[in-house]
Design a protein around this ligand. Sequence first.
Ligand code: DGY
Length: 322
Amino acid sequence: MKIIVTRIIPDRGLNMLRGAFGDASVVVTRQDGPIPRPELLKIVGGADALLPMLTDRIDDELLDAAGPQLKIVANNAVGYDNIDVPAAQRHGVIVTNTPGVLTETTADMAWTLMMAAARRVGEGERFLRGGKWTCWSPMQLLGMDIHGATLGIFGMGRIGQAMARRAAGFGMKVIYTDSFRMAEGAEKSLNVTYVEKAALLCESDFISCHCPLTQETKHAFSTAEFAAMKSTAVFVNTSRGPVVDEAALAEALKAGKIFAAGIDVFEQEPKVHPALLECENAVLIPHLGSASVETRSRMAAIAAQNIVACLRGEAPPNVVQG
Ligand code: DGY
């Protein structure tokens, strides 16, 4: 067997693969940093399984380079917008992802960003470390209250629902929009109300994005959306960068069209729009939504489990249909 893992992942995943197929079968191409495309195209030849990261593009060219031996692409992420799923299907290759395990950890991070942006934690820290704090002041770095506010959730999948559960503890009103409305019972038990996008924009004090990246959600937040929000609103994105028009977000932050933003994902990672970097009222972190020790370990284990099942001729548990 030849199993290509494009970056070092936690031991739990690697040990599963090595235990099932032997040390020599598992090739880890990089300790850190993405493998350059030409190198990946070369090394993937004759592979039975590929365990890529969201930074690796999996398309016709790569599937051709892999050859007919390839049976599975087990993405080390829940999102799979880096994979051309129809192309994989044409090549007879199964695609899997890592759903479920990162839900709570990603919601924790969205919540962290929401609070940090609302209460100006980044600005405060820079202020203090910069030696600018001379005295407590009644007017210094005033932010927005989270408790009792209205949270608008854009995309009510697993992570959106985890956000709604957290909001209950803060006495927030929760509204949401999605292409699918939840069943009435589910809405009731989560204490959430469905609204159209236009209402979500103008009624929310906080908006948190939890949709997948699709043709429909690309730039779902641009100039018009930021203009429709409250000037006191805080915007959070832990989904995928291209859901947000970064230039428009920077403009809205600078012009005071919204109060602040907490952003984990970017349009052209690892590049960040220079105008966004200039915004003091933006909390910016490098795609850390699922980055806890336990969750990254569980993601690696799930990706490995999908490969083990597939190469043993069993159905992998997390097949995506595209
Ligand atoms: C995912 O799994 O899609 C995340 O973005 C990676 O943390």
